[in-house]
Write a protein that binds this ligand. Structure first.
Ligand SMILES: *Cc1c(COP(=O)(O)O)cnc(C)c1O
Length: 490
């Protein structure tokens, strides 16, 4: 399987690249991204064959369908990292909430958010490829909260990889900040930025474009790579749990093999949703994919009207910060898959230059045949957290947005899978406010309050954070980032 460019070829890039090239150097012609040249299909027996397979066996079977340039032992050692999740035999528990609603919990990895599902094996894979190339790579990351901790955790002490992670000072939760600034490995650098997440991301972009920075890296023999969610290496590891979650429902007698289900996905950059889309295209029996958003409802409008418009809105800060995104990068791969490179190039250029694009009627129909969308306000989200807590299930504010879309799908008659993307521990103050009525507390106080109210333990890896020494106290102005990173590389 080769990978091709979503915006077509500009004559200076290769026409197609291998998977390893696509993940080591993810930027394609005209600022596009790499996508599989065709989606592999499962055969009629695939689901039957894997009805009783372990998570890792399913993961490797999906990997083999993609026929990429990675050997099986390398992939095996990457997926072995799922053994470190809470339950090595089942890294993704699927819980029955009520008749026809199941929750697939994607947060049982080391940093307690779903980013670990992809980044744990991806980190191992990237380091193996970097070693094979005998090259040193620098991964630059800008994070609003969950990606930073997951990237630092996966690359900690990995050969041939160094990570510089930028976060907005004051723009993350205490838990998220501590998960980053207490990471002590020599190959990791964490830098707080004076500014918000957009400033951190803009700083990263200007570094990537800076001739002096690139020259300095070249002089040191260091190549740049990226671990952001458009990297197909991350998407691959997210397709796997779509199959696992479906087969769990069969095992739990919630559905018969072959029955269709609805998927509900709390969406930000559209990586999780894109993986669900690929799984459906591959032949997983999925009726519809419901895209859940918060007040930043650009995806809701896109799916309901065909208009993707960021010019007419500004970012709103919500209780579900991992979904506070206006430009959902992975949407581009859906455009490419359905409408081709030429059309994608036109649409994405219009979005870049004018801040919006409008799909035509035929295109809207194609999108709506697969996706539905809704958005959930913070107030509604708090109500869902509260009512589910009253019924014995504790959930985070991202997951809660899916209950709005479940109301939409109720009449469909299909069984629903909600993806839960974070543990309660990562967004404790919001949950504390929903279940005890106490708003405005810090993370530690809220963690204790929830633990006491719900009679549960704070997991060790979260509790210990508050006692671990801070080894990255650095907070700088944007202009000083470049010199800090170069000093770190020496
Ligand atoms: C990253 C993240 C999301 C959004 O996922 P995308 O793949 O970017 O759409 C949702 N919830 C949580 C908790 C996250 O960390």
């Amino acid at each position: 399987m080769q990978f091709i460019e979503t915006r077509g070829n500009d004559g200076s890039h290769a026409e197609s690249v291998s998977f390893s090239n696509a993940i080591l150097s993810p930027v394609a012609s005209f600022g596009g991204i790499y996508s599989p040249e065709k989606t592999p299909l499962i055969d009629a027996e695939f689901l039957q064959q894997h009805q009783h397979s372990s998570y890792k066996t399913i993961a490797l079977a999906i990997f083999e369908l993609f026929a990429i340039d990675i050997d099986l032992p390398t992939m095996q050692s990457a997926v072995d990292l799922y053994d470190e999740f809470d339950d090595a035999d089942n890294p993704v528990p699927v819980i029955k909430l009520k008749e026809d609603i199941y929750i697939s919990e994607l947060y049982h990895g080391p940093t307690r958010a779903f980013k670990d599902m992809a980044l744990q094996p991806f980190g191992k894979l990237l380091s193996t490829l970097a070693q094979a190339n005998q090259k040193e790579y620098l991964i630059l990351a800008a994070t609003s909260g969950d990606t930073g901790p997951a990237a630092l955790d996966t690359f900690r002490n990995r050969d041939n990889i160094r990570v510089a992670c930028l976060y907005p000072d004051g723009g993350t939760s205490d838990v998220q900040r501590l998960q980053m600034v207490t990471e002590s490995a020599d190959n990791l650098k964490v830098i707080g930025i004076k500014g918000n997440f957009d400033d951190a991301q803009a700083a990263l972009k200007s570094l990537l474009a800076s001739p002096s920075f690139n020259q300095a890296l070249a002089d040191k023999g260091v190549a740049l790579s990226a671990a952001n969610s458009v990297n197909f290496g991350r998407i691959l590891f997210q397709i796997m749990y779509q199959f696992h979650s479906y087969l769990e429902l069969v095992r739990q007698d919630a559905i018969e093999l072959g029955d269709k289900v609805n998927l509900h996905i709390p969406s930000g950059n559209f990586g999780n949703a894109l993986s669900a889309y690929y799984a459906r295209q591959m032949g997983l029996p999925v009726e519809r994919i419901y895209i859940a958003s918060n007040a930043n409802n650009v995806l809701t409008d896109w799916i309901n009207t065909g208009r993707y418009d960021i010019a007419s809105r500004s970012l709103v800060i919500t209780n579900s910060p991992a979904m506070d995104i206006l430009k959902s990068s992975n949407v581009e791969r859906v455009l490419f898959d359905l409408f081709g490179a030429e059309r994608t190039h036109t649409l994405m250029r219009q979005l870049d230059e004018q801040g919006y694009y409008q799909l035509d009627e035929g295109e809207i129909a194609q999108i709506q045949a697969i996706f539905s969308a809704s958005f959930c306000s913070d107030k509604e989200g708090q109500t869902y957290i509260r009512s589910n807590y009253d019924n014995g299930y504790l959930m985070d504010p991202h997951t809660a947005t899916c209950f709005k879309s479940c109301e939409m799908s109720e009449a469909s008659g299909y069984v629903n899978i909600i993806y839960s993307t974070a543990e309660w521990t990562k967004f404790a103050p919001v949950i504390d406010a929903a279940i005890t009525g106490h708003a405005g507390r810090g993370d530690l106080e809220s963690l204790k309050s929830i633990a006491e109210t719900a009679n549960i333990e704070i997991p060790e890896m979260i509790r210990y954070l508050f006692d671990k020494p801070v080894c990255h106290p650095l907070i700088v102005e944007k202009g000083d980032i470049e010199s800090e990173i170069l000093a770190f590389l020496d």
